[in-house]
Design a protein around this ligand. Structure first.
Ligand SMILES: [Zn+2]
Length: 303
């Protein structure tokens, strides 16, 4: 808890010191966004604690998120019971008898369950008070997260309807990627980070998966064989599963339910390791911008 607060303080002061875009891009790389594993871990942490809990009070302290919090949210959710929570891409879908609440954590958002006696923290923008004496809090220093209220089927919502397959589902495989890559000259790293192709492969996990598959991140997507796409699809699954198992890379006290001790950083092979030796062949790891994002790779293991 203390670590997180001091990190946040450091970040806040950093932002005010360097308001211009170049520095913002630089610090974007340092401040890790919640990616699929963090969202999945949040889901797994929250689900058993929220299921069948009734909401007895809602407080919206800050409605200006990436999009405004719907004005009807409090009215819709009062006295409603959490029936289910699912994930689609990086969205969490909380289902109630009268509709669905869609939550995206944005760049710096998190959800945590606190005891009713605990104090609200700075940047806790919404609170859902539950009848079992706990309170769910949405925390988001940079306010790029968003909360939506839907009455229609959530998977039909414009934000979700065009998303590509889930990487951990069976039908996401090498032949799917190979098919989709036809005629695509974009760098393979951008290709796998495109949520229309596959959801939830962010910058960290794209770099790590390409390293595991031995593919150079700048290689044109349409210039990779079916066999190598099989390696890549499997690498994406392996890397994401590993991260979920370890509780998500950024997940120090992401979901602080039941006073859990927090999580440790996943061991990364290339991401953020430029200048260090490749864990496989000891060649110095390089860093290069591909599609505006920093990419890390070993020029000898990745072709
Ligand atoms: Zn290497």
């Amino acid at each position: 808890m203390r670590l997180r607060n001091s990190q946040e303080r450091a970040q806040a002061s950093v932002w005010s010191l360097f308001p211009n875009k170049r520095y913002n891009q630089f610090f974007d790389e340092l401040i890790r966004m919640p990616e699929l594993p963090e969202v999945e871990t949040t889901l797994r942490g929250l689900k058993p604690n929220l299921q069948d809990q009734r909401i007895k009070r809602i407080q919206v302290h800050q409605k200006k998120l990436r999009w405004p919090v719907p004005a009807s949210l409090s009215r819709q959710l009062l006295n409603q019971t959490f029936r289910n929570i699912k994930r689609r891409g990086k969205y969490l879908i909380f289902s109630f008898d009268n509709g669905h609440m869609l939550v995206h954590l944005g760049m710096s958002g998190s959800l945590r369950l606190d005891s009713a006696e605990s104090k609200i923290r700075k940047h806790d923008h919404l609170e859902w008070w539950l009848e079992n004496g706990t309170v769910l809090r949405f925390h988001d220093p940079r306010r790029f997260g968003s909360i939506h209220w839907l009455q229609e089927q959530p998977l039909q919502h414009p934000l979700l309807i065009n998303l590509g397959p889930e990487p951990l589902e069976q039908h996401f495989d090498g032949s799917y990627l190979y098919r989709k890559s036809t005629g695509r000259k974009t760098a393979v790293k951008n290709f796998i980070m495109d949520s229309h192709i596959v959801v939830g492969v962010g910058n960290i996990y794209a770099s790590e998966s390409l390293f595991l598959a031995g593919i150079y991140p700048g290689r044109a997507a349409n210039n990779i064989s079916g066999d190598r796409y099989t390696l890549l699809a499997n690498a994406i699954k392996t890397i994401l599963k590993q991260a979920i198992k370890q509780g998500g890379t950024t997940l120090r006290d992401f979901v602080n339910e039941q006073g859990s001790p927090g999580y440790f950083s996943q061991k990364l092979s290339v991401y953020g390791k430029h200048g260090e030796p490749c864990p496989t062949c000891h060649t110095t790891i390089k860093k290069k911008k591909i599609g505006q994002r920093s990419s890390y790779y070993c020029s000898s293991c990745q072709r």
